[in-house]
Write a protein that binds this ligand. Structure first.
Ligand code: MRU
Length: 368
């Protein structure tokens, strides 16, 4: 997508040096646009854990590139053991987004299947990272093509009046390689000239909505309004939300949606007000093993500092200020799970399906 008129992805291999992976360091957005260079798997692990990069699809692509860096530096002797250990370290950085483990395992399987020496394996790791990255962008683009039909339908029913869409956190192109999942149908609708407006949940404590979604929608020219996290229910009661589209970090094959904390409350409010609630995801975000998302999806708990402090721009500097009493402890549950019964449908690269085992396996019969 475009940043100040220039096309960027969120992660890429440096054109000048094949030993360097470049990322947009999202900690500084929306105030500063900074590109960071990573040269080791340890640097990649820190970038994922400390959220220089975040979002399910991007975490997957980052893991793919992290394994490429791991391969570059692995010893000739004990190459696979070294890779497996690095993969385990990457997997431990963030537990909820299933794309992370999926990408690490894809890399390890590809390299384990090759009988070649180190140089060829490194090349294979690079090609696999490129494939994961390109596939993520392509799948998100296709999510947009499918999802736009729902927006078009609502627009038709409203005789072309503005379609108001609420979204939570950032499931935009910054959370993937390009396009985003929840935002892909929005970009597609806007590009087709459909009148849309997005309600952007701020998404405490890290404010990915206020900081990132608002910024990327603004870069594309899409009308949007940032709202405090608790506003959505009120807007729905007053007919000001036509649909909700969220992303997800892990969705079970039975349709339970693990996503940024607060998503469940939005789904409850949408259900109570007959507002359609959709989740958009590439197939890399399905968990094909877990059945009961509420019981089984691992919920990341982050440092309470993120709740106690709030970050913003002051006098040209990005600063964090204390919000709570000095001594108050804070809990920081980063995700929750929305049961399938509250989800109207899942928008995937293969099409739209019910949030149910039948619906999901109908689109992905090879997973039966
Ligand atoms: O903690 P984050 O920022 O990595 O969380 C990811 C998210 O932004 C959301 O949960 C998103 O809606 C999921 S789609 C990538």
């Amino acid at each position: 997508m475009n940043v100040y008129g220039k096309h960027y992805r969120t992660i890429w291999l440096s054109e000048d040096d094949q030993n360097v992976v470049q990322i947009i360091d999202q900690r500084h957005l929306p105030h500063k646009f900074i590109i960071e260079e990573l040269t080791t798997v340890d640097e990649m692990a820190v970038a994922i854990k400390d959220m220089h990069i975040r979002g399910a699809g991007l975490i997957g692509a980052a893991a793919g590139w992290g394994m490429y860096l791991a391969a570059l530096h692995a010893p000739e002797d004990g190459f696979m053991q070294s890779l497996i250990a690095d993969g385990d370290r990457l997997k431990a950085t963030r537990p909820t987004a299933v794309n992370l483990a999926w990408a690490v395992d894809r890399q390890i399987e590809a390299m384990a299947a090759s009988a070649d020496g180190k140089a060829a394996k490194v090349d294979l790791a690079r090609k696999t990272a490129v494939a994961i990255t390109d596939e993520d962008a392509d799948y998100c683009r296709r999510i947009g093509e499918h999802g736009v039909s729902i927006i078009k339908e609502i627009s038709k029913k409203k005789n072309g009046e503005t379609v108001n869409i609420l979204t939570h956190c950032n499931a935009g192109w910054l959370a993937f390689v390009d396009y985003g999942s929840a935002t892909a149908p929005m970009y597609a609708a806007y590009d087709k000239g459909i009148d849309i407006h997005i309600w952007v949940d701020e998404t405490r404590p890290r404010n990915q909505g206020a900081r990132l979604t608002a910024w990327e929608l603004g870069q594309h020219g899409i009308p949007h309004t940032v709202i405090a996290d608790n506003v959505g229910g009120h807007l729905m009661q007053h007919g000001l939300v036509d649909m909700v589209i969220t992303g997800t970090d892990r969705t079970t094959y039975t349709g339970d949606v693990g996503n940024k904390i607060g998503t469940y409350l939005k789904a409850l409010a949408a259900f109570d007000n007959d507002v359609p609630f959709y989740t958009a995801l590439p197939s890399s975000t399905f968990d094909w093993v877990m059945r009961d998302g509420v019981k089984e999806v691992p919920i990341e708990q982050r440092d309470g500092t993120e709740v106690r402090y709030i970050q913003g721009m002051h006098d040209g500097e990005i600063t964090a200020v204390l919000l709570t009493p000095e001594d108050s402890p804070a809990a920081n549950y980063a995700f929750d799970v929305t049961p399938a019964r509250l989800v109207t449908g899942l928008i995937t690269e293969r099409g739209i399906c019910d949030a149910s085992e039948e619906g999901v396996l109908g689109l992905y019969p090879e997973k039966r």
